[in-house]
Design a protein around this ligand. Structure first.
Ligand code: SAH
Length: 235
């Protein structure tokens, strides 16, 4: 297995927290809170009838399972064992049909090139050593004409204040140490990596999260959380 693009400390962190993944008020509550907005965005742009969808860095499966419930044929991959076990158990209990695999995007790209009509890679890129490598693997996994949706956090001072100081230290929305500001990615940097991988950037859109109302909405403000939607040319 190619383990180059994995940070073991990141994997340990997610393993340690896995049991609370599906607690809507637990360590991953922000993922639960933002899920309706990002799910709606993926469903609006990815045509579930065109073929299977791949969710990369799926963790405990919050988005993955919601996609399956919406009717998608979905595969979720992650490198942390415990979140994957939690995801499998949750899908068994809920009856959702999801294929969960322990894999990096790079490894799956060797086995299933061009296999997916849509690829989602949400809140993962800021946790890998080389995000451009992950983006390239996403491009290889996508079928010609596929839609890809990435999300991450902007390396902007406002993101340091809100996503690190605010969320981890003041409001306890995220466990301390979840995010490393230096690994945040500017939209222009992600767009460049996406283009270098042979994809077309279709939209960059902000996701604004209000921790008090616990509601997230798409927004023109990309200073903190944002999504980037790309297309793989039909050739
Ligand atoms: N995408 C999910 C979970 C985000 S948390 C969601 O948005 O709901 C980030 C996840 O990325 C964790 O589950 C972590 O185990 C996983 N991860 C970190 N590095 C990885 C790598 N190199 N390959 C695959 N998954 C990885």
């Amino acid at each position: 297995m190619n383990t180059d693009n994995i940070d073991p400390a990141e994997i340990d962190k997610f393993d340690a927290l896995a049991q609370r993944w599906w607690d809507p008020d637990g360590d991953f509550k922000a993922l639960h809170d933002i899920n309706p907005a990002r799910l709606a965005y993926v469903l609006e742009h990815a045509d579930l009838d065109r073929g299977p969808i791949l969710d990369i860095g799926c963790g405990g499966g919050i988005l993955t399972e919601a996609l399956a419930t919406a009717g998608a044929e979905v595969t979720g991959i992650d490198m942390a064992e415990k979140p994957l076990a939690v995801a499998r158990r949750h899908a068994d209990a809920s009856g959702a049909q999801v294929e969960y695999l322990a894999s990096t995007a790079e490894d799956l790209a060797q086995d299933r090139p061009s296999a997916f009509a849509a690829v989602t890679c949400l809140e993962l890129l800021e946790h890998v050593p080389d995000y451009a490598s992950t983006v390239r693997a996403c491009a290889e996994l996508a079928a010609p004409g596929a839609t890809l949706v990435f999300s991450t956090i902007n390396r902007h001072p406002k993101a340091y204040l809100l996503a690190v100081l605010g969320a981890e230290y003041l409001l306890n929305i995220l466990p301390k140490g979840t995010h490393d500001y230096a690994k945040f990615i500017r939209p222009s940097e992600l767009a460049a990596a996406v283009r270098q991988a042979g994809l077309q950037v279709e939209e960059i859109i902000g996701l604004r999260y209000n921790p008090f109302s616990r509601i997230a909405k798409l927004s023109s403000d990309v200073d903190v959380n944002y999504l980037l939607r790309a297309g793989k040319p039909k050739q």
